[in-house]
Design a protein around this ligand. Structure first.
Ligand code: URA
Length: 439
């Protein structure tokens, strides 16, 4: 096979077959396909698109360039993937709740991307917690606790790493075909029986419109099912931060408060229980979503999910008394300050991306991938859309490294929260459920 002939076919709008895509992906890893050829391939896909079968073949070819985990655990192996948002700490509650319901969750997570937070960065705030264990420790904790949230381990989908780097500098990131293969090659390498996708939509998501989010959700669902993993998607609102916190340690505190019942954000409860219910149904644990919600809810109210979270932290090297004494172990910013709106009224809307960017400005996210981050900074106690703000009710609390940083973040937060007189009706948080075409 000749790489240039494969690129020519795609350039001319033809469909590539599985052996051709396998040849290209393998060549990316062993250096037989040059960066220039990879860029030309990416641009041809960007302009000409791919059929669903072609996307499946690309995803599988990419997955198979690296390790593919296999499990023998006596129960289904499941995972959730979110396309990314602000204050999205769902994984921290969902993985232990699912473990408490008898399924296994080896959750391989990523770092923050652009204005969105990353689950891995949140866990790096917990002293001692190993976010990069070897495969043996991942398997041990998954088996013993039921869940392990970690970063990429071993050699997962190396072709994606090469191609993503090339897409990033050749204006070819925004291709639904390539995004689908990139996300799923890594997820499917974890050897899953079922997967649920949380496709975010709104001003804090990568997909701002419902149509764009639906196109990506349908692609992900059809390709994952085509590759043999039972998958569905939920499109959820990202026109305000999902949790009332945005940052790293602040989101871990928010999640532990949720798990222990100290403070529960209703939006988080709804999204977490819907995603969990969907997964329990896909995995064959419950016959319908209603029973799935009941099981997830019981995992929270009984304290079983909190217990699993604590066991996971300990299993991965964190403190044994983390749930009881998290304040001892999570970093605290030197400046913690309440922020008030400049006028009284109801929150009309929130510039969610602006809040995500403010977390980066505070030092809690990266401008370039080599940046180191400060885990203590961010926002907590954020107000939500529709909430009444007055002189006694802060719109949020800023956690900063200096007074100057706190001043700047306070101003950004004031600009991000639009205050007005209208009393708003709540908009639906769960926008659409996307199931496989053949279901
Ligand atoms: N996340 C990924 O892993 N890959 C993409 O292409 C986009 C988002």
């Amino acid at each position: 096979m000749l790489t240039q002939e494969i690129i020519r076919k795609k350039r001319d709008g033809q469909t590539l077959d599985a052996p051709e895509l396998k040849f290209l992906m393998r060549g990316l890893v062993d250096g037989k396909v040059s960066n220039a050829q990879a860029a030309a391939f990416a641009m041809s896909v960007y302009f000409n698109g791919m059929q669903i079968d072609e996307r499946v073949a690309l995803t599988v070819a990419m997955r198979d360039t690296g390790d593919v985990l296999s499990w023998d655990l006596g129960g289904p192996v499941v995972d959730k993937h979110s396309t990314g948002g602000v204050g999205d700490n769902v994984s921290l509650m969902l993985a232990p709740a699912l473990a408490a319901c008898g399924v296994y969750v080896p959750m391989i997570s990523g770092r923050g991307l652009g204005h969105t937070g990353g689950t891995l960065d949140k866990f790096d705030s917990i002293s001692g917690y190993q976010t990069q264990p070897d495969v043996d420790l991942l398997k041990k904790v998954t088996q013993e606790v039921g869940c392990a949230i970690i970063g990429q381990t071993g050699d997962i989908a190396p072709a994606d790493k090469v191609l993503y780097g090339i897409r990033d500098v050749t204006a070819t990131v925004e291709s639904v075909d390539l995004i689908t293969a990139s996300i799923l090659s890594k997820k499917l390498a974890a050897g899953l029986d079922a997967l649920v996708l949380d496709v975010k939509c709104g001003n804090g998501a990568f997909m701002a419109t419902q149509d764009d989010a639906r196109e990506l959700a349908e692609s992900l669902v059809n390709v994952a099912n085509g590759a043999g993993c039972k998958t569905s998607a939920i499109m959820t609102d990202m026109n305000e931060p999902l949790a009332s916190a945005a940052g790293n340690a602040v989101e871990v505190r928010n999640a532990v408060d949720f798990l222990t019942g100290t403070h529960i954000d209703n939006r988080l409860w709804d999204v977490t229980s819907d995603l969990g219910a969907e997964l329990l149904m896909l995995a064959g644990v419950v016959p319908n979503v209603g029973q799935g919600r009941d099981r997830i809810s019981a995992a929270f109210t009984s304290g079983a999910a909190a217990e699993r979270f604590g066991a996971m932290v300990t299993g991965l090297g964190g403190p044994a008394d983390f749930m009881e004494n998290m304040h001892k172990y999570l970093p605290v910013a030197p400046v913690v300050r309440e922020v008030f709106a400049t006028s009284e009224g109801f929150v009309q809307g929130i510039d969610t991306r602006g809040i995500g960017m403010a977390v980066i400005e505070l030092g809690g996210g990266r401008r370039v991938s080599s940046d180191t981050i400060d885990h203590s900074v961010g926002f907590s106690d954020l107000a939500g859309v529709g909430q009444l703000m007055d002189k006694d009710e802060p719109i949020g609390v800023v956690h900063a490294l200096s007074d100057a940083d706190a001043d700047a973040a306070a101003q950004t937060l004031q600009n991000a929260m639009k205050i007005g007189d209208d009393v708003l009706r709540p908009k639906p948080l769960i926008r659409e459920n996307i199931i496989h075409d053949n279901d």
